[in-house]
Design a binder for this molecule. Structure first.
Ligand code: TMP
Length: 235
C-alpha cells in the first residue's frame, strides 16, 4: 500500500490517501490540545501509544460484533483504515460523573451512575462542539433517525465490551467519546480512535487518573499515565 498525498491534518492525526480509493492511512502525532485548541503541548510517545491502543481496542470490538474502520496497522504510528464519511457527531458515553457533565450539572466527579448516559455534540470547532440532542441532529441534517438509532445501539455495545475489558485490568472506564463513519455502501462503522486522549480511565483501587486529564489539568506524569495504560491494555 502506497502512502500518497495528505488529505487532512487534525489536532492529533494526519490522514493520507493511498493507492486504494477505499483505504486511507492515519498517522498519529504526539501533539496534544485541549479546550478546543486553546491549550497546546506535546505528549512524547503519545502517537505510538494511541495508534497501538486504538487498534487493539478496535480488534476486540470487531470480535464482539462491532463493525469498525480498522484495516491494518502498518507501523508504530500508522494504520490503514476504511475510507468513511464521518458523521459529524461526538458520541459521549458516561458511566461515572466527570468533566463537562460534573461542571454542567453542578455535581462532584465520581458519582457512579445506575445506567450509562449518552450525549451528542455537533462536531464543529468554530462553534466549540456544542451539545445537541437527537432531534437537533435530525433538524440539522447531520444524521437520519435510523443512523442515530444504529449509532446509539453501537455506542452502548462498545461501552459494555470496554467496561468489562477495563475492569479486568484494574481500570474504571469513566467516560469516552466515539465517532462513527459511513462506508461507500452506507454501512455505519466505528471510526476515529479509542485512547487515553478520548477516554477517562481511573485506576480502580487508587482512583488515579490515567488519561488526558493529566494534560488538560496540569497534573504531571502525563507520559507515565499513557505508558501505564498501554502496558495494562496490551500486556
Ligand atoms: P467532557 O467531560 O469534557 O465532555 O469529555 C467527555 C469524554 O470525551 C472524555 O472521555 C474526553 C472525551 N473528549 C474527547 O475525546 N474530545 C474532546 O474534544 C472532548 C471535549 C472530550
Amino acid at each position: 500500500m502506497e502512502k500518497k498525498e495528505m488529505l487532512y491534518e487534525g489536532k492529533a492525526k494526519r490522514v493520507y490517501a493511498t493507492d486504494n480509493a477505499e483505504v486511507l492511512l492515519v498517522d498519529y502525532k504526539d501533539d496534544a490540545t485541549a479546550f478546543n485548541g486553546l491549550k497546546k503541548g506535546t505528549i512524547s510517545g503519545k502517537g505510538v501509544i494511541n495508534n497501538r491502543v486504538t487498534n487493539f481496542m478496535m480488534q476486540i470490538l470487531e470480535k464482539e460484533g462491532v463493525p469498525t474502520h480498522f484495516v491494518k496497522e502498518i507501523s508504530e504510528r500508522e494504520t490503514l483504515v476504511k475510507k468513511v464519511s464521518i458523521v459529524p457527531l461526538e458520541v459521549i458515553i458516561r458511566n461515572i460523573s466527570a468533566g463537562s457533565f460534573a461542571k454542567r450539572y453542578g455535581v462532584e466527579e465520581g458519582i457512579v451512575f445506575a445506567e450509562p448516559t449518552i450525549e451528542f455534540s455537533y462536531k464543529n470547532d468554530d462553534l466549540g462542539d456544542p451539545l445537541i440532542n437527537s432531534y437537533h441532529a435530525l433538524a440539522l441534517g447531520i444524521a437520519t433517525k435510523e443512523d442515530i438509532a444504529t449509532i446509539t445501539a453501537m455506542a452502548f455495545k462498545v461501552n459494555e465490551v470496554m467496561k468489562k475489558f477495563f475492569k479486568g485490568i484494574g481500570v474504571d472506564l469513566v467516560d469516552f467519546k466515539l465517532e462513527f463513519g459511513k462506508t461507500s455502501d452506507g454501512t455505519i462503522v466505528l471510526a476515529d480512535e479509542i485512547s487515553p486522549d478520548t477516554c477517562r480511565f481511573w485506576d480502580s483501587e487508587t482512583h488515579e487518573k490515567l488519561d488526558k486529564d493529566r494534560f488538560r489539568r496540569d497534573l504531571g506524569n502525563v507520559e507515565d499515565a499513557y505508558q501505564e495504560m498501554m502496558k495494562r491494555i496490551m500486556g
